[in-house]
Design a binder for this molecule. Sequence first.
Ligand SMILES: Nc1ncnc2c1ncn2[C@@H]1O[C@H](COP(=O)(O)OP(=O)(O)OP(=O)(O)O)[C@@H](O)[C@H]1O
Ligand SMILES: [Mg+2]
Length: 253
Amino acid sequence: MGEKDTILSVSDLSIVKGKKKILKKISFQVKKGEVLALVGPNGSGKSTLAYILMGLKGYEPSGGTVIFKGKDITRAPVHERAKAGLILGWQEPARYEGITVRRFLALGLEGRGKGVTEDKLKWALKQTGLFPEKYMERKVDNTLSGGERKRLELSSIILMEPEMVILDEPDSGVDAVAINNITGVINNLKESGVGILVITHSDEILNLADEALLICNGTIIKKGSPKEIGKFFVDKCLPCSDDEFPKEVGLIE
Ligand SMILES: Nc1ncnc2c1ncn2[C@@H]1O[C@H](COP(=O)(O)OP(=O)(O)OP(=O)(O)O)[C@@H](O)[C@H]1O
Ligand SMILES: [Mg+2]
């Protein structure tokens, strides 16, 4: 694959919050149809990176660039990014209190200028293992469990036909059966040429990635195969009490 297959290119991205440098010179690329996994301890800056890439308010980078489909979107507002096909699946999905699942899914479709049909809505729910007859008329509020909300959000994302998705822990709070639905959805997105950045703590999801990045204290300290990164994380990062990096980090390219 050449340069033209790169859908997202991030260079030297940094952000400061208060006095703390939360991300320090993050660089990576994602190609069309590629799954890049981002792994790292709690508080290492993974969600912050997702918010910067999506252009959320309060997450303007202090340095670096974000190029999406060859265009510099570093300062573009969130709706412009979404319109261009960049979609974020939140670690904690919003609830949109009061609207039905049907309306929630339709809103996503309409927002992307796509037509709403019953078949499409049912298909999207089934993809994440939610039975349409059980969920379509439910309210999107705290009567849905955390795992159900995560699955619903993924249903909404696939309906939007994104060109690039950032999935922030799509596995968190979902059961083992749902993980299979989620890996299925990610594989389908990959096959249709969508670029995927997936933040995860799940081995199943990590192992379907083409490549993985390990982030520690706002710095990408290692890039490699999912197996290699998963092993390094478990062996070196989890036991690491150092404020900065695991001691072995000096050995990494
Ligand atoms: N607005 C803010 N002001 C100050 N510090 C912040 C702010 N937002 C995030 N942080 C800090 O930045 C660091 C990175 O947070 P972030 O949510 O990106 O971590 P994460 O890697 O997604 O963690 P987790 O695995 O728990 O989801 C944390 O130490 C967090 O406390
Ligand atoms: Mg997070």
